[in-house]
Design a protein around this ligand. Sequence first.
Ligand code: TRP
Length: 335
Amino acid sequence: MSEVQEKKKIILSGIQPTGVFTLGNYIGALKNWVKLQEDYNAAYMIADMHSLTVRQDPAKLRQQILSAFAVVLACGVDPNKSLTFIQSHVHQHAELSWILSCNTQFGELNRMTQFKDKSAKNADNINAGLFTYPSLMAADILLYQADLVPVGADQKQHLELTRDIATRFNNLYGNTFKVPEPYIPKVGARIMSLSDPNKKMSKSDENQNSFITILDKPEVIIKKFKRAVTDSDMEVRYAEGKDGINNLMSIYSVVTGLSYEQIEKDFQSKGYGDFKTAVGEAVAEHLRPVRENYERLIADKAYLEQCYKLGAEKASNFANRTLTKVYKKVGFIAK
Ligand code: TRP
């Protein structure tokens, strides 16, 4: 074996601690986080500062941040392997965000589709933070010199802007930031709503049966899958126009590891009822350890505190190296 170990690339991602996490969050993001920590130097953050762009109830937010941190660990992110921290614990994020704001154009921020969507939805609170949010996200990423950022479709534009900001800063002040690349997961299953398979599964859906949360009890999960909307055909088959079945097949495939061909074979002579029950049971089993880990972790506040304090300290040390460099480059006097 070679003595020289190739340096692992840095991969970084964040998740907002608002509301419950769904099966979509789990399959689309958290499950990948766990896998990625083996091959990369991973950094994962609870993006609590981002959550303030929408009005939050302080007591509820406090509880949700801790809960989100526990969920991340419950899914299998190992705080000894991956840098796991809470964004607001690392003051360098806010500081770099200011510098980057001064290097981001109004027009660039004004083009962000998420800003347009969110300001339409929150017409009574179109705050400056909602507008400059991409500069904070750029700071999150650039502080850690991340090579790769796993992002879903909704964050792609923000990552593009991060790349533009980094490149511009590097050209202006000399090489300072790694310009990050998007990381597209190999199996990019997009989990759709169980009641309307044309819509993404979302925790903000009014219909509670349309989404599965990571912490749902097995009976609830099975019941929700039984009610999943399918079609008037009878065959368990992946095909155009069968959005409901396609969604169930992709979920089943992710949690069991079976290929579509195998699933079609296994359910050849069975009806949708049997298939829905099988998917429900498989998902319930898959999420069982996560829920059990969560229940154990959330009851152990001392352990959680120890983990996020250690994470904050390590993250701060790393982030400070980048911030110090940046302060010097822009002309600030070292204290
Ligand atoms: N903005 C992301 C979201 O709403 C969360 C996030 C914050 C993030 N900082 C990040 C994602 C840095 C990737 C990298 O989902």
